[in-house]
Design a protein around this ligand. Sequence first.
Ligand code: IPD
Ligand code: CA
Ligand code: CA
Length: 250
Amino acid sequence: MIEFAVQTGRKAGLFIHENFGLDLKVEHKGRIDLVTRVDMQAQQIIIQEIEKHFPDHGIVAEEGIRKEKESPFVWFVDPLDGTVNYVHGIPIFCVSLALYKRDEPYLGVCYNPISGELFWAQAGKGAYLENKAVGVSHTDKLVDALIVTGFPYSSDDMQSLIGRFSRILQEVQGIRRLGSAALDLCYVACGRFDGFWESGLQSWDTAAGAVIVQEAGGRVSSFSGSVFSPLRGEIVASNSLIHEKLIGLM
Ligand code: IPD
Ligand code: CA
Ligand code: CA
C-alpha cells in the first residue's frame, strides 16, 4: 500500500508539474478558495488508481468525492494542497494522500513535484524524506522556535485568530506562512520548523502530514491538547518539546 501511495502521488505530481506555469482558468469555490482543472484532473488520476487497485476502500477527496464502503480503509486525498500558490506560480504545493484504518492513521505521503521532495510514513515504521529517515527538531525554547501557520479561507472568529497569532508572535523566533498545510506538517517532521498550528482545515489537508509528524517523533493535537483527529479541523503539531508551551498560547 505504501508503494502504491508513493507511485500514485508521483503520478499525480508529474501531471501537476507539467501544467505548472500555464495560464489556467481559475474558478472560485468561495471568496478566496480556488480550484483549477489541474486540481480536478490530478484528483481523477488518484481516484482512478485507488479504484483500480483497492475498489473496496472508502475515499474522501477534496473536489467533491466521498465514497463510503464497508472496508475499514479510507483514503484522504488532497490532489493539490496549495492551489493559491500554484496559480500564482509559487512552487510550494504538494499532492497529499493518506490512508486510515478504522479511524487510525495507516500511512501518509506528501509530494512536492517542483522540489522533488517526497515525504512518507507508515504507522509504527518511521517517517522518511525519499529513503532517508527524518526526525523532528530538538528546539525546546519558544524563543528559538520557527513556527509555521496558515489562515482559513473563511473565519467567523477573526478575533481569536489574531489573538493567537499575536500571542505566539511575541514568544517565538519567527512565524512563516507557506500556503500548504500538508507541507507545513512535513517541514515540522523533518525539523525545518519546530511547530505548526492552523484552524478551519479539512481532513484531506492534515491526514497525511499528521502521520508523518507523529512517525518523525513529533506530537499532534487539537488546540486544547486533546487527541488529534483529521475530522476536527484544528491542529497543533510540534517537535513535542515545545508542545505544551504552544498549547498554552492557543
Ligand atoms: C489550503 C492550504 C493552505 C491552508 C488552507 C488550505 P488547498 O489547501 O493547505 O496552506 O492555509 O487552509 O485549505 O485549498 O490549497 O488545497
Ligand atoms: Ca488543502
Ligand atoms: Ca487542494
